[in-house]
Each structure stands twice: as structure tokens, then as C-alpha cells.
Design a protein around this ligand. Structure first.
Ligand code: SAM
Length: 174
């Protein structure tokens, strides 16, 4: 059994009900997507990397869950308007250039249903991340979109060599 993503488990446990449909943006090798599917949530995982998606598919098969895997760019989501209750981003947003983050937010708002939620979990290790995500960059990213920041919590997670500053943001769609 793989380790479960604790923040995601805590977020789901705090909701009145589980989302019916979720999208894992920049799903990588699919740990969060598989976890969502294991909760009975209809899950899609999107990544630009075919290598990561191949590993994600293998993981889903090992866990016996069905997931819709999409190869694509977070800036142009191959999904219908308003189809998702939850969009999750763990560690993808810092790959998106600051100049593209408003487009990212517009795309996420487009695929979320009204009342849906974007959950962003990012680390901010100086010098490691191309486009470190800060509270202020998140707030500016959602300006002029129907996304509203509900909460941003900063905390520390243990890495292999040091403690990493980490941020969990809950963002609602009007
Ligand atoms: C740090 S990894 C995180 C993977 C996974 N979310 C996790 O927590 O294990 C970032 C992932 O985002 C993907 N990615 C980066 N930019 C992307 C983009 N513009 N569109 C889609 N995927 C992207 C990368 O291929 C990579 O798999």
C-alpha cells in the first residue's frame, strides 16, 4: 500500500460530502489521483508527461481503480465547462510561469462547477522552484476570475534533508 496524501485526506474529511468528480492537475505518477479514486470519486488525472502518465496508469492498475488519464497542458484543459467539483494541484503550479498563472486560474474556474473548489498544495524552497508560489501570487492569480481564496495555511513538512516551507490553499469558485 502506498502512503496516503495526508493533506488531501484531511481536506476530504472536513467536507460536508465527498466531491463526485475530481481532477488532479499535474498528476505526475498518480498518487493523489489514485487516492481520490479509492474514495469512490470519479477522477481524472492530467499531466503533460507521457512517462509520468504511464507510471500513473500502472499505479492505478495495481490499486484496482479506474481513472481517466489525460495528456495535456494545464493552460488548455481538454474538459467541458463546469464538469468538476474538485480540482487538485499538488506541486504543478510552480511549473507555470507567473505570466501564465492568470490563464491557469481562468481554465480552472472554467472547468469547476459553481461552488466547486481548487485545492493547491505547494512547497516554496528558495532556488528549487522555477516560479515559487506565494500567498500574494495566489491572490493575484485569481483576480478577475470567479475564484475566491477561502484560506491559505503555511506550515513545514519534513524533507529528506531539511524542513520545507509548505502552503495549502483552499480556493472556491463562485
Ligand atoms: C512536482 S510534480 C508533482 C506531481 C504530483 N502532483 C505529485 O504530487 O506527486 C509536477 C508535475 O506537473 C507536471 N506539469 C508541469 N507543467 C505542466 C503543464 N503545463 N501541464 C500539465 N502538467 C504539467 C509535470 O509533468 C509533473 O508531473
Amino acid at each position: 500500500m502506498d502512503a496516503s496524501p495526508a493533506e488531501l485526506a484531511g481536506f476530504l474529511a472536513g467536507g460536508a460530502e465527498l466531491p463526485q468528480r475530481a481532477l488532479d492537475l499535474g498528476c505526475g505518477t498518480g498518487a493523489d489521483a489514485v487516492f481520490l479514486a479509492e474514495q469512490g470519486i470519479e477522477t481524472s488525472g492530467l499531466d503533460m508527461s507521457t512517462t509520468a502518465l504511464a507510471l500513473a496508469k500502472e499505479r492505478a492498475e495495481r490499486h484496482g481503480v479506474r481513472i481517466e488519464w489525460l495528456q495535456g497542458d494545464v493552460l488548455q484543459l481538454p474538459l467541458e465547462d463546469g464538469c468538476m467539483d474538485l480540482v487538485l494541484d499538488r506541486g504543478c503550479l510552480h511549473h507555470v510561469a507567473v505570466s501564465d498563472q492568470a490563464t491557469y486560474a481562468t481554465e480552472v474556474a472554467r472547468v469547476l462547477r459553481p461552488g466547486g473548489t481548487l485545492l493547491v498544495r505547494e512547497m516554496n524552497v528558495a532556488g528549487h522552484h522555477a516560479h515559487a508560489v506565494s500567498e500574494s501570487s495566489l491572490r493575484s492569480m485569481v483576480e478577475r476570475t470567479p475564484l475566491r481564496v477561502r484560506s491559505i495555511v503555511s506550515y513545514a513538512t519534513a524533507g529528506s534533508d531539511r524542513v520545507h516551507p509548505t502552503m495549502l490553499a483552499v480556493i472556491d469558485r463562485d
